[in-house]
Design a protein around this ligand. Structure first.
Ligand code: AQP
Length: 332
C-alpha cells in the first residue's frame, strides 16, 4: 500500500503558460512532487469551453508538456498526461453532472467572468466545467489540489459533490483539500493590476509568458503600472501594482516581502522595476532553454504523454468502475 498522499492538478492549454500559472501552480507542484503521488494534467477538454483554434490547441498542449518538464517535473516520478487521452474524465464527469446542482454551478465566479468575456458563446460546457474538474480530482482519490486562489471555489464545489455522492453511496471518493500558496497565489496583470494575469488576456503587456525572451520581459516590467507614490511598500488595497511586483520579486528570489521592502528603501520605482524584471529573466531563463531543447525531441514528448495516459487511465478506471457499480450501471 502506498503511504504517500496524492496530488492532482492541471492547467488548460488555452494560451501560453504565464508567470501566474508558474507562481500560482507549477512552482508548487515541483516543490510538492517529491513527497506526494502526483498527477499533472494538460486539461485540453476544459480549454474547449472557450472556442480554440485546433492547430494552436494541439501545438500548445505539446509545448505545455515540454514546459512542465522544463519547470522540474520529472516524468519518471510524476504521472503527466493529456486529459482527452484518459476517457474516464469525460465518463465520470457525466455521472457527476447528475449530482451537481444548477444553483451551485450558477454561483461560480469563473462562469460569470467567462460568460461576460464570451457573451457570444455561453455554452453548456462552460457552465458544467466544475463537474469535469471534480471528475479530474476525484478519479485519483486526491488528497491535495495545488491551485491559485481563483480555483478555490471549484475545489470547494468538488468537495460538496463528493460529500453528496458519498452520503448516498458510502465512501467512494476521498475528500480533497485545496492547497493555496501563501505568496504568489494571485499574480496580477502588469498593466491592469486589479485583474488576474491570465493566459487568454488580450493585453500582451500585462502578461509575462514562461517562454518570453529576456528583452520582452524587461520591456513589460519597465512599463508595469505602479502609482504616483514612490515607496516600495506592500499594500495590496492602495498600491496594487507595486504590491504585485513585490509578490513577483519575492516569489522569484525567495526573499520575504519585508526583505524586499527594506532592499528598496530610498530607491525609486525605476530601479525596482528593473530588479523585478531581472529576477524574472533569471528565473525563467533555464526553463525556457530546457523547454526549447525538449521541443526538438518530439518522440520523447510523445512517449511521455503516452506512458502518462496509460498510468493515469489504469488508476482512474478503478474509481470509475466503483462509481458505475454504485449508481447501478450493468457491468460490461
Ligand atoms: N495570475 C495567476 N496567479 C496565480 N495563479 C494562477 N493560475 C492561473 N493564473 C494565475 C493558476 O494556474 C492554474 C492554471 O489554471 P487554468 O489554466 O486551468 O485556468 P485559469 O485559472 O482560468 O488560468 P488563466 O491563465 O486565467 O487561463 P484562461 O485565460 O484561459 O482562463 C490554476 O491552478 C490557477 O489557479
Amino acid at each position: 500500500m502506498d503511504a504517500k498522499k496524492t496530488i492532482f492538478s492541471g492547467i488548460q492549454p488555452s494560451g501560453d503558460l504565464t508567470l501566474g500559472s508558474y507562481m500560482g501552480a507549477i512552482k508548487n507542484w515541483v516543490e510538492l512532487s517529491n513527497d506526494y503521488n502526483t498527477y499533472f494534467c494538460i486539461v485540453d477538454m476544459h480549454a474547449i469551453t472557450v472556442r480554440q483554434d485546433p492547430a494552436s490547441l494541439r501545438k500548445r498542449a505539446i509545448s505545455q508538456l515540454a514546459q512542465y518538464i522544463a519547470c522540474g517535473l520529472d516524468p519518471a516520478d510524476n504521472t503527466i498526461f493529456i486529459q482527452s487521452h484518459v476517457p474516464e474524465h469525460a465518463q465520470l464527469s457525466w455521472v457527476l453532472n447528475c449530482y451537481t446542482m444548477f444553483g451551485e454551478l450558477s454561483r461560480m465566479t469563473q462562469f460569470k467572468d467567462k460568460s461576460a468575456k464570451n457573451a457570444d458563446n455561453i455554452n453548456a460546457g462552460l457552465f458544467t466545467y466544475p463537474a469535469l474538474m471534480a471528475a479530474d480530482i476525484l478519479l485519483y482519490q486526491t488528497d491535495l489540489v495545488p491551485v491559485g486562489e481563483d480555483q478555490k471555489q471549484h475545489v470547494e464545489l468538488t468537495r460538496d459533490i463528493a460529500h453528496r455522492f458519498n452520503t448516498i453511496y458510502g465512501d467512494v471518493f476521498k475528500m480533497p483539500e485545496p492547497y493555496i500558496p501563501k505568496v504568489g497565489a494571485r499574480i496580477m496583470s502588469l498593466t491592469t493590476p486589479e485583474n488576474k494575469m491570465s493566459k487568454s488576456d488580450k493585453d500582451p503587456g500585462g502578461c509575462i509568458y514562461i517562454m518570453d525572451k529576456p528583452e520582452d520581459i524587461m520591456r513589460s516590467f519597465k512599463r508595469a503600472v505602479t502609482d504616483s507614490d514612490t515607496v516600495v511598500k506592500f499594500d495590496p488595497v492602495n498600491k496594487k501594482g507595486v504590491s504585485n511586483l513585490m509578490t513577483i520579486y519575492s516569489t522569484a528570489t525567495g526573499k520575504t516581502l519585508e526583505e524586499t521592502e527594506n532592499e528598496f528603501v530610498g530607491k525609486g520605482y525605476g530601479d525596482f522595476k528593473i530588479a523585478v524584471g531581472e529576477a524574472v529573466v533569471e528565473l525563467l531563463r533555464p526553463i525556457r532553454e530546457k523547454a526549447d531543447d525538449l521541443m526538438k525531441n518530439k518522440d520523447y514528448l510523445v512517449s511521455v504523454y503516452r506512458e502518462g495516459a496509460e498510468r493515469a487511465s489504469k488508476d482512474a478506471y478503478r474509481t470509475l468502475r466503483k462509481v458505475y457499480k454504485k449508481v447501478g450501471f450493468v457491468e460490461r
